[in-house]
Ligand binder design. Structure first.
Ligand SMILES: *Cc1c(COP(=O)(O)O)cnc(C)c1O
Length: 397
């Protein structure tokens, strides 16, 4: 409790309420299938050439699935390493007892943060010689090699050494005695575009730039340095993008990042569920929800569902999605509100208050995917997955 409240007249009220644990499926929740994660890792690994490693990308709390749970199941499926975005995410996994190598994909640049990184056995991404000098000093001070991955910017214009000075800096870094270069990588910016398979695509151009730089530093002399380039989309393009390791996020959660076909059989790991909290009949020509931007055309039976935009469902999806109940689809109508939304269940006699409805996932052969929502909301499935709030309990199955 905040100290400011300590002696206030509200104190007794606040502390006297015992915490009552509530059924996580009381209102709205996300079910995460550990088996699906494990299956997807195996499935993608079977598509990789011999020896190619799999980095499970579990940033942003495992794309909203719970980073620890995803990590454990990805490792069961054969993941070799984990990728996180931030120092905090790496520390979280270490504090949960995860022992596998972890690469921090974001940029860590202060000495203080690099020391925390080092002491928790997390590998930083290095984009700059200054960072590298600090890492070398840290390794020297603690008398232990600091394991790092160097990144090259081949066209994303985000992190990474410039292509025109990477070779010069590499020669310097390789002479540092307290650093071990575990990996050299780059990141594709357009691997999910339709033309990615063409030899003249930008993804292929990035790959050739990367190869050229690796050849300029005589990478063959350093067989222990892991070379990696591909995210999910890059992994799907083909073997020539796999190198020594792939960094897979979206596909591991069961979704394809791009339009082109693959034979991979991926299983959606997430099911988003909620409950019917109320049922009512309304007349025709009646407005439903804020702004009355849905007017009934007939006598309509409505079910109120206890989930809304404060749970992470974009309000821009209003009137654009459907929900599944016992294998049947029902359209969502009216504006999605902060905590609730309405669906049209006219004609259905098998829906009752307290029933579970499915917003994302599969039920009796009907499926709704974050990719469908992304198309409807003019965004990408990654953003849909990352939008879900902590108010939704994650239920592990
Ligand atoms: C997020 C991320 C990935 C994983 O991307 P997906 O498209 O979800 O597979 C890979 N590499 C880097 C550097 C990333 O930031």
């Amino acid at each position: 409790m905040q100290s400011g409240l300590k002696n206030s007249k509200y104190e007794s009220q606040i502390v006297s309420h015992p915490l009552v644990s509530i059924d996580p499926t009381q209102r709205a929740w996300i079910e995460v299938s550990g088996q699906s994660i494990e299956h997807n890792v195996r499935e993608i690994k079977s598509f990789l050439t011999n020896g190619c490693q799999f980095m499970a990308v579990v940033k942003a709390d495992g794309y909203g699935h719970d980073a620890k749970f995803v990590s454990i199941n990805a490792i069961k499926g054969g993941a070799d390493k984990l990728g996180v975005a931030t120092l905090q995410e790496g520390l979280h996994l270490r504090s949960e007892g995860i022992k596998e190598p972890i690469l921090v994909l974001g940029n860590i640049y202060t000495r203080k943060d690099l020391i925390i990184c080092f002491r928790n056995n997390l590998m930083p991404t290095i984009s700059d010689i200054k960072q590298c000098i600090i890492c070398n000093q840290i390794g020297e001070k603690y008398k232990k090699l600091f394991h790092v991955h160097l990144k090259i910017d081949t066209g994303m214009s985000r992190l990474g050494f410039d292509t025109n000075n990477f070779v010069k800096y590499f020669q310097k870094i390789i002479s540092f005695e307290n650093i071990k270069i575990d990996g050299i990588y780059s990141h594709l910016s357009t691997a999910d575009s339709l033309d990615a398979l063409d030899k003249s695509s930008f993804a292929n151009k990035q790959r050739r730039t990367f190869l050229q730089l690796l050849s300029n530093i005589s990478i063959k002399k350093y067989p222990n340095i892991k070379i990696h380039l591909a995210n999910s989309a890059g992994t799907l393009i083909g073997n020539e993008f796999h190198f020594d390791m792939v960094r897979v996020g979206l596909c591991m959660y069961g979704y394809k990042p791009s339009q082109y076909q693959t034979n991979l059989k991926l299983k959606a790991a997430m099911s988003l569920k909620s409950k019917v909290s109320f049922i009512r009949l309304v007349d025709k020509k009646v407005g439903v929800s804020y702004g009355k931007n849905f007017i009934t055309r007939k006598k309509t039976k409505l079910a109120v569902i206890s989930i809304g935009y404060a749970d992470g469902i974009y309000r821009t999806l209003s009137n654009k999605i459907s929900l599944i109940h016992k294998g049947k689809m029902y359209p969502q109508i009216g504006s999605i509100t902060m905590d609730q939304l309405m669906i049209d269940i006219t004609g259905a006699n098998d829906i009752n208050v307290g029933d579970t409805v499915l917003l994302l996932g599969c039920d009796e052969g009907k499926c709704i995917s974050p990719v469908d929502w992304a198309d409807a909301a003019s965004t990408i499935p990654w953003e849909i997955l990352c939008a879900f709030k902590n108010r939704l309990p994650r239920v592990q199955i």
